[in-house]
Ligand binder design. Sequence first.
Ligand SMILES: Cc1ncc(COP(=O)(O)O)c(C=O)c1O
Length: 424
Amino acid sequence: MNRDTICVQGGYTPGNGEPRQVPIIQSTTFKYATSEDMGKLFDLEANGYFYSRLQNPTCDIVAKKICELEGGTAAMLTSSGQAANFFALFNICEAGDHIVASSTIYGGTFNLISVTMAKMGITATFVDPLCTEEELDAAFQPNTKAVFGETIANPALTVLDIEKFAKAAHAHGVPLIVDNTFPTPVNCRPFEWGADIVTHSTTKYMDGHGAAVGGAIVDSGKFDWMAHAEKFSGLCTPDDSYHGITYAERFGKEGAFITKATAQLMRDFGSTQSPMSAYMLNLGLESLHVRMQRHCENGMAVAKFLESHPKVAYVNYCGLESSPYHALARKYLPNGSCGVVSFGLAGGREAASTFMKALKLAAIETHVADARTCCLNPASSTHRQMNDEQLRAAGVPAELVRMSCGLESSEDLIADIAQALDQI
Ligand SMILES: Cc1ncc(COP(=O)(O)O)c(C=O)c1O
């Protein structure tokens, strides 16, 4: 099926007389006639549900839709994008292991990898996404277990050369994990370019209405864990905590990763998505293809307007020909990227502050990828503890404004931006 059709109808085909809309199975637990029936579920010998911390039918329907959209073989929902990225990495990394990651990833993920996972004994090397193949190769260590990047990074808006990163990962016998939150599978399917695992903060465009925090992990089913069994013992040797199951043997390339993440990590960490949130996420997915088109049109219109304005020093948007990421965007994002644009005001910190105060339509929020346009000046909010020098080093200079273009009329958005620039 075409991606547009999957957005609307994927994951769920009701039978005769069954509900047309995805049912919300708001139940923590499920009833069985015999202990033997339930035992088979615990032994992963039968499919079914026993406790919603591990799996829930509503969540599975929505995960299936996201799986179909990405062209994967298995998927799961998580409580947030943070949980999705943590699970995707921790499913194959343990104390003593190492990750190679793009340096421009979302701050929360950067912190997760560089601080929290470091406390667990997992180290990382961060590389410039525009590094050469040789520089990328040099970042690997014998204990490297995964490569991580974002298709379009938040908030740097860099575009990942997925093929380059996949080639390097595979040359070292490890998978490439790509956070595909910003373009969504409507604008890019990383598996088609060699990525092995895809993650999402479904909180963003997939939900699209600022309604429900959530995440997702999708497996391409292509990475051959058994061919690198010495690196991935968690998948390729018996799991004592799960009745001695060897995931890669029992569930193959197609199912091992998600089965292990569900059976082991969901069981132990419980970062599950609620059925109600999954239902709302599905409502968002039903219009994702239509909304992404408008988000991209508005992003491009705003970026072009800003680029031509004398009070704007620079604009970061990969759709613009002036962007250093334009060639990568044409390759990986031919139908559009996303609605997030960032730009610097020529007047510096003070100009950014005046501009933000003067906006009428665009609201000040830490969020992005919402139906309503929102914006943020990191220097005066999320990064306010830093001085100008520290801000520059962190890639969020004082004059930078991140604007997430919503679904309003681009004429109205530009008029709002123009009047706010006039106030400077
Ligand atoms: C690219 C990206 N990945 C992951 C996350 C974390 O997602 P969540 O806020 O749903 O935990 C975010 C949040 O902004 C993000 O932008």
